[in-house]
Structures are given as C-alpha cells and as structure tokens.
Write a protein that binds this ligand. Sequence first.
Ligand code: BES
Ligand code: MN
Ligand code: ZN
Length: 489
Amino acid sequence: MDFAVSNRPLEKSKADALVVLLGKKNDLPQALPSATREQISQFTKAGDFNASKGQLVWLHAPQDLNADRLLLVGTGDSPLSDQGWLSLVHKATKTLASSPVKQAMWLLDDTHTQTLEWQVREGSRVVEESTYRFDNYRSKPAPASNLAKLTFWHAEKDATLTKAHKTGKAVGLGVNVARDLGNLPPNDCYPEYLSGVARDLGKEYEKLTVKVLSQAQAEKMGMGAFHAVAKGSERQGQIIVMEYKGAKPTKQGPVALVGKGITFDTGGISLKPGATMDEMKYDMGGAASVFGSVKTVCELDLPIHLVAVVAAAENMPDGRAARPGDIVKTLSGQTVEILNTDAEGRLVLCDALTYVQQKHKPHTVIDIATLTGACVVALGAHAQAVYSNDDDLSEALLAAGKETGDRGWPMPLWDEYQGQLDSPFADMQNIGGPKAGSITAACFLSRFTKEVKWAHLDIAGTAWTSGGMSKGATGRPVPMLTRYLMDNA
Ligand code: BES
Ligand code: MN
Ligand code: ZN
C-alpha cells in the first residue's frame, strides 16, 4: 500500500473514495463543502445513515467534491476508545479493499482524542495489516484488491505526518512478516527454514549480520536443555542470532530480543491431545515476532544496537526424544528435571537467554513466547502477560502496548511462587503444578536472567486468533516491541 498526506483543498483532491468518520453527536466536518454536508444530512434524514458505531455506508457522487464516492463510517454517540478507532479503520479498509476503489482519501478527525500523528501512524499500520493475505497455498488465489493508495487529508500542514505514515507502514510490514511465518504450515516452516529467513534478512539489510549455531554446536557448547527438546525431531534445531548495528556499539551493550521458535509442538512424549494440535504450528509465534520486529527496525533504519536470538526446534515424540524424568544440564550450569516434555518452551529459552547474556552482554533482554495455555485462560486474546524483574522496563513495555493498541498486562514474579519448581532430584523441575501456570513458567525463566534487566511476554493468547475463516497468526506483539525499541533503545 502507498500512503501519502495532503492538505490540498478537498474540492480539488481527486480520489475514488473519500472516507469520513462521523459521530452521532458531532457536527459534520467543516472541511467538507457545504453542498456535501447538505447531501449527507439528507441521506441521514432519509434513514440511510445514522452514524451508529461500525456502520459503513457508501454515498455516490458527492457534490462539490472531486471524489467519486464517500464512505461514511459511523463512530456512535460517545468518543471512540483507541481500540474502537483502530477496529473501525480495519473494518473500513476491508470494505475499501473489496470495492472498485483504487485511490482512497481519509479525512483525519479533529474530534478524536488521539493526535493526528497517532491517527496516521497507527492508521497506516492497521491498513497495512488489513490488506494482508495468506494464499500462497491455494491453487486459485482470490483476485487481488484494487486498493493501492491511501492519502490522509487534513486542512493544516503537519510535518510529522509524513514520518508517521512511514513508521506505521514499516510496523505493519513487520506484523505481516510475523503473520506469514506463523501461518506457514509446519512441514515447510521448520528450524532450518527459519535460519534461511534470518540469512535472507541479513542479505537484504547491510546493518544486519546473521550467525546460526547448529544443534550439534549448541549441544557441544552446553545447551543441554535446548538439546533435550531438539533431539526428538528429524529436523535439526537451530540457534539463530541476528545482530543489527544501527548505532555504534556502546559500553552499555545492546538490547536483546529472544524468541521461542518451536516450529511444531506435539508435546513430545508427554503428547498433547489431538484436537486443535494443528494450531501448534504457531508455537514459533515468539520467534515470528522477533523476525517481524527485526524487519521493521531494518526498514526504519533505527539508530539502535539490537541482538535478536531465536531458539528454533521441533518438539516431537521419537526414539531419541527426552522422557519425563530426564535430568539435563543447562548452559547456565543449573540442572533441570524434565517432568513434562510439553513444557519445552522454557527449556529452549533458558539456554538462549544464557547464551545471549554470555556472548553479547545486553543491558536489557526481552523474551517473547507462546509459553503456556494457562496464560490464555488468564488473559484471553486481548492482552499478553508482561513479567519483569525491573519496574521501569515493565512500564515501558506496557506503555508501548497501550500506545499501539497491542496491549499487555502486568503479572507477578513473587518469590512465593518459586517453590513450585523445587525438584527432589535436580536444581529445579520444568513444571510447577496446576496452579498459576503462566507465572511458574515465568519464574522458571527468571532463574536464568538474574544479572540483567529482563522481561518476558507470554503471547500464547495474543499471537493467534481462531475464529473460523479468520483463523491465523496476528503478528502480535510486533507493534508493542517496535514501539518500545523506538522510544527506549
Ligand atoms: N506451546 C504450549 C503453550 C500453548 C498452549 C500455547 C496453547 C498456545 C496455546 C506450551 O509448550 C505448552 O505446552 N505448555 C504447557 C505447559 C504445561 C505442561 C506445564 C501447557 O500450557 O499446558
Ligand atoms: Mn508444549
Ligand atoms: Zn510449546
């Protein structure tokens, strides 16, 4: 999608459609010519449009405008929340994309609580996301949408808006990269495939270097927990390291992202039930969000130093797979009794977390993982769980999520939960029993991040949506992560 901003007189601005948001209690925008406003009023009086929230109505041949049609979007009778506004943008884009409209113009809304800059930035992102399609696996893909260009219109010139639509588009691009990876079937998207994705990014962007540790190298180095998961599959596990140098490295060190990249989670010997097991192809959603974020960072050429690590493996039941009862030694030296092979995410992550600290000395580490079903029970699809050993980091992530509509919610890491991980045979066990499953998983990871500012995002509920034909990867939390990086790194 091409984006632009314009403040040329509306009467002279050529467009196939002009999109106008209208509230029940608001006056019609003064920017519209009076003849057009009169026409909308009559349309409303006739009962064709009442501005109720989510109502979308076409009005053809608007008077005194150089646009072929209006798309009237109702915002209801109270001011829209950010989330409500973004979902209207999504809805309106879907309608535009399935119409003959090629060039649309969007009248920015002075009555909305958010700034014009926010409207353009998050609006562009949502438009980019709303035109996403995943149909490489269909023999006859649906015909492409006509919609090619969206121009944001406002009477006053505002220099920040050009940057805003570039930022929004780049974040949308990153979200869509993450969605593609999450949607790919697990027979095609396996650990070595993800290494290829990283290498391709490394070729595309000069400031990005890529290094991959093979499963054998990881084992030799001492990543016993990662290896215990990876060895149960025919597909070779991979530790993928991407380093982006958009700024000179400083004494402070880089910021690090670490993603869970389980390309398929059968549960291993602790086999999962069959129903909806297909969805476990998105168990690399954390890794996908790391790739998506790297894409956005590179596109925007951000002046930061970032290290991104993906712990990629396939969790399979096999003659060589780990058994419940196995004890393994992690790269940190701590030992873990594997009581349930389905709690594999924390096993691959703990070694990746130790690795990035040993090799890159980051000042901050954020891991992202579809870690627990318990998190889906606790927060559902609307917020990712945010855990941290540092209040400023936690607040920064929550703020970044609020700003982008990619929300998180804080969760505790109190010492009292740690006892659930005590093992009679090793330094710890990999499960904490039926209570507080998302928290005890985070507590497990906290034992590998004692010396660094660290946050953990459990995205099991947010990285995927499962409503019939709209089932698929969401690309979350790329908006939260990239906003955090733009504001803090
Ligand atoms: N990948 C799953 C978590 C998950 C479940 C993500 C549902 C998305 C949707 C993870 O590896 C897992 O299986 N966790 C177990 C942990 C348990 C064995 C302690 C779980 O949540 O059941
Ligand atoms: Mn599992
Ligand atoms: Zn898993």
